[in-house]
Design a protein around this ligand. Structure first.
Ligand SMILES: [Zn+2]
Length: 65
């Protein structure tokens, strides 16, 4: 799982994802993550995410979007 600098869990911003989908750029869009604890938002390239957590994240992204 992705974690924030403060140690809190990061969650994908689903609103951002649906917007990326609407503009048909989900595969290239950067992912916006938000910390559940401190509310800090974090932009991550999908490549960076994939290298950390494998391909699970993108699969989950498509499932929830
Ligand atoms: Zn945090």
């Amino acid at each position: 799982m992705m974690t924030c600098r403060c140690g809190g869990p990061l969650r994908l911003d689903l609103g951002h994802i649906s917007e990326a989908q609407r503009f048909n750029c989900l595969t290239t869009a950067r992912l916006l993550w938000k910390c559940c604890l401190c509310g800090r938002s974090l932009w991550l390239e999908q490549a960076a995410v994939a290298s950390r957590s494998g391909s699970v994240t993108l699969a989950e992204t498509k499932a929830v979007a």
